[in-house]
Design a protein around this ligand. Structure first.
Ligand code: NAD
Ligand code: ZN
Length: 368
């Protein structure tokens, strides 16, 4: 059935987000409709409003949500009404070479569903009946969303929705970059550049995985204080040093792993330069498509360094989301402390402004 839903929409790149009442159609074959309970505000949502991430407007934002299944489409056997689910912006066919080798974030068909459902169409339209694209096959910054079942992961209904939501992006991305992409060895030295929702989770991933030293690098002292709470052993405010990479090297002798969680070529360069011999720099931040970075070529072979990327923490969502929530339930990952502030959907623009101002670990939109 069709449902009316308030939703956060980008109408034009460079303009503030708008809250609109939209229509969310019921599920087609292989889809389910979710009543959203909470949705985190991620820098990638902001990047979609500026055109840094080039998803065409009009676009329903949101890819980091949790909610309850209210309707299941034909052929759906794994979900039923009342199930708690977390959204996953990974569209995975399950059959291509990448999916079958266990790398669904690299699904060969994923790019067909960056701003629509996997079949290339949407279930969302505005008050004029015009179709609305959806961020990452999700579009979950809305009271309801209809998604393909492969973009939904069933989770334990004992976990509060606000906490579960964050596993859909920030936690999976940051912790997964450490666990899955880097496979950080205990006793390693690490640095994290950019202490937002993603970077804080890279820090707690490093701490949980047994890093010896964890250096947090940011331009905001409030973020650096949060980093300490999440396990950073040292901090560098880039405004207080000439060269952040050199500052990290001075503290650590050169790190084994550096995580770039900003999304800018110059910061990737710093992360790479902060490595010691044999080190790996993992790029998590999403840069403008034209952005470039440079490395000193000789250091790749002579120091056996690695420069690699990480998409949603190299997740296998159906396996990793419950695993991460299990670590939270066992007291080994902090999720409560990530939520600095919650907002009603009417205050969505404020939530984006507060992210830009660096006020929140994560701001979360909560629904009635
Ligand atoms: P955020 O806005 O919450 O945090 C960004 C942080 O970077 C802020 O604390 C800011 O002060 C800091 N910063 C800015 N410039 C800096 C610099 N030059 N040096 C050091 N720190 C600097 O953002 P977020 O939600 O944590 O997202 C971070 C990045 O990760 C974004 O680019 C986002 O698009 C990307 N992202 C990637 C994935 C993925 O799958 N790879 C998933 C989610 C988000
Ligand atoms: Zn995100």
């Amino acid at each position: 059935m069709d449902r009316q839903a308030k939703a956060v929409v980008c109408r034009e790149w460079g303009q503030p987000v708008q809250v609109e009442t939209i229509t969310v159609e019921g599920p087609k074959r292989g889809e389910i409709t979710i009543k959203i309970a909470a949705c985190g505000v991620c820098h990638s949502d902001l990047s979609a409003t500026t055109g840094k991430i080039q998803y065409p407007p009009p676009l329903v934002l949101g890819h980091e949500a949790a909610g309850v299944v209210v309707e299941v489409g034909e052929g759906v056997t794994d979900f039923q009404e009342g199930d708690h689910v977390v959204s996953s912006f990974i569209s995975m066919c399950g059959k291509c070479r990448q999916c079958v080798r266990g790398r669904p974030v690299l699904c060969e068909h994923a790019r067909k569903a960056m701003f629509t459902l996997p079949d290339g169409t949407v279930r969302t339209k505005d008050s004029q009946g015009e179709p609305l694209n959806v961020f990452g096959a999700c579009g979950v910054m809305a009271e309801y969303a209809t998604m393909h079942v492969d973009n939904c992961v069933k989770v334990d209904d004992k976990v509060p929705m606000q906490n579960a939501a964050l596993v859909g992006c920030a936690v999976m991305t940051g912790v997964g970059a450490v666990f899955n992409t880097a496979k950080l060895e205990p006793g390693s030295r690490a640095a994290v550049f950019g202490i937002g929702g993603v970077g804080l989770n890279a820090i707690q991933g490093c701490a949980t995985a047994g890093a010896e030293m964890i250096v947090a690098v940011d331009n905001n002292d409030r973020k650096l204080a949060m980093a300490r709470e999440f396990g950073a052993t040292h901090t560098v405010n880039i405004n207080e040093v000439d060269d952040p990479a050199r500052a990290v090297k001075k503290l650590t002798g050169g790190v084994d792993y550096a995580f770039e969680c900003v999304g800018a070529g110059p910061v990737v360069e710093q992360a790479y330069k902060s490595l010691g011999r044999g080190g790996t720099a993992v790029v998590v931040g999403v840069a403008d498509p034209k952005d470039k970075t440079s490395v000193t070529t000789l250091t790749l072979p002579a120091d056996e360094r690695t420069l690699k990327g990480s998409w949603l923490g190299s997740a296998r969502p159906q396996h990793d989301f419950p695993r991460i929530l299990g670590l939270y339930q066992a007291g080994k990952l902090k999720l409560d402390e990530l939520i600095t502030r919650t907002y009603p959907i009417e205050d969505a623009a404020q939530a984006f402004d507060d992210m830009v101002a660096g006020k929140n670990a994560r701001g979360v939109i909560v629904f009635d």
